[in-house]
Write a new protein. Sequence first.
Length: 177
Amino acid sequence: MAAAGRRVLIGRIVGLYGVQGWLKIESFAEPRMRIFDYQPWLLGAAPGTETQVSGVKGRAQGKGMVAHLPGVDDREQAAALVGADIHVAREQLPPPAQGEYYWVDLEGLEVVTTEGVKLGRVSHLFATGANDVVVVRDGERERERERERLVPFVQGSYVRSVDLSAGRMVVDWDPEF
């Protein structure tokens, strides 16, 4: 699957800081200050409706982070941005290491068992304390609901292979579970 055109959620504007338009942000980047390396930011929820912002400056502030966006110079302007998601284009991120994947690259992959049984497609992933989990939806309606499977993203045990170019993930998983 091509990553071109995909957006990655990298943070969120969570509050106001001071009276000169500074904003408190939450960063999902590792390390968290790296969020300022990935610009322009795309602020908003839906592709095509977001605002593109370049030249964002920021710093650590206490236990959190604050940012200043060009053209946002007072508290009232900043207040309108609170709650906005911060996305970047997938192409801005460095290539992952061998055997590592950005979640956005896994979304949409066809998921099949080691026996070739189609389970559906990767809807999304989420983190748990132990490991990440792949949410696989089959797209078929059963009593008005899609079947959803939660497969631990543990490479070698449950996830046997990921082939991004073929758009496929092979898992060792019981199709009845």
